[in-house]
Design a protein around this ligand. Structure first.
Ligand code: ZN
Ligand code: ZN
Length: 344
């Protein structure tokens, strides 16, 4: 089988490897569609604090190929979708209900979605492997993990008063945030840099778009809302936007910090703004089982149809070219299909 291996920053190879054999509780899935993601691009460029180099890619859907001993509920040939991690439910954070902060989350992660087959660890198989809803293409189903992360963020934000919200950074995650906020009936302002991505944001439900290369984002947000949005979702992972965001929301507003910064970053915040403006900084990381189930339901019902965010569909053999393009800012999110697959 073919497997994309990331050996180090910008060193990506597609090689032949032995077919994986599932151990007890494990499942091997034949990948029908895998998706590129911002986390992959970050790892490709500079490595990742939590993810090792090696088999590459983590968002996928496919058909069960082999089933290990003791696995119940799935059989070879079943169309499935999964998320790459599942919590241990035993460590300190898990026992306190913070499964997304599980100490063992990345000990057993399903990596290698850019390949013909992927091995799912036992924890993932037992908790985060689901039948693919028949209404979904493999590409749409593969949005399960990023959508679960986005929903976790909105579950952290909680109820809003219905005032406008802003999403800053129009990668695929920003676009999913726009879609989710608009599904919640909120008026959304999308802030980004690339006209093509801002056009997608409008299609995803943004009422207004702001191109921050042409105008001051804070001023534009005040012009559209008066005092600023009630909630601002930071999806750029840029220290400058982290620092500025509290001054862009309305007094009493909330900033959801979604885009992670490189290790050791120390963004300075204006304490007067935070304290006397009562601006809350809300952090969000990864997802819990409840978020995954919510994401599966939203995808399955058609409430969120993310296929429109796909820049292009490419064969696995193009994987190096795809990451070279992403690295140069070409495209938002690609679907990678092993050769010869139908994508619907
Ligand atoms: Zn991802
Ligand atoms: Zn745990």
């Amino acid at each position: 089988m073919r497997q994309a291996i990331l050996r180090g920053p910008r060193a990506l190879d597609l090689i032949e490897v032995p077919v994986p054999i599932p151990g007890s509780g494990e499942v091997v899935v034949r990948v029908r569609a895998a998706l590129t993601c911002g986390t992959d691009l970050k790892t490709y460029r500079q490595g990742h604090p939590r993810l090792p180099f090696g088999p590459f890619g983590h968002e996928a859907a496919g058909d069960v190929e082999y089933v290990g001993e003791g696995v119940q509920g799935v059989s070879p040939g079943d169309p499935v979708v999964f998320t790459p991690t599942a919590a241990c439910l035993e460590c300190g954070p898990c026992r306190r209900g913070h499964e997304n902060l599980c100490e063992r989350l990345f000990d057993a992660i399903a990596l290698g979605a850019y390949g013909d087959l992927i091995l799912l660890p036992a924890r993932v198989t037992s908790r985060h492997l689901f039948a693919k809803p028949q209404t979904l293409s493999y590409i749409e189903a593969a949005f399960l993990e990023p959508l679960a992360c986005v929903l976790h963020g909105w579950n952290r934000v909680g109820a809003t008063s219905g005032h406008p919200v802003a999403v800053v950074g129009m990668g695929s995650i920003g676009l999913l945030h726009v879609r989710e906020a608009s599904r919640r009936g909120l008026e959304v302002i999308a802030v980004g840099r690339r006209p093509a991505a801002l056009a997608l944001a409008e299609r995803a439900g943004a009422r207004y778009v702001v191109n921050m290369t042409q105008t001051d984002a804070g001023q534009a947000l005040r012009a559209l809302t008066g005092e600023g949005p009630e909630v601002l979702v930071e999806c750029t992972g840029s220290v400058d936007v982290w620092r500025a965001a509290p001054s862009w929301v309305a007094p009493g507003g909330r900033v959801l910090l979604f885009g992670g910064l490189p290790k050791g970053s120390t963004p300075g915040f204006d304490a007067t703004r935070l304290h006397y403006g009562e601006v809350d900084l809300i952090n969000t990381f990864h997802y819990r089982t409840g978020d995954v189930r919510e994401a599966l339901a939203l995808l399955g019902s058609g409430a969120i149809r993310p296929a429109e965010f796909i820049t292009d569909v490419r064969p696995l053999g193009d994987i190096r070219q795809v990451f070279d393009d992403l690295d140069r800012g070409i495209g938002v999110k690609y679907a990678i299909l092993p050769d010869g697959n139908q994508w619907r």
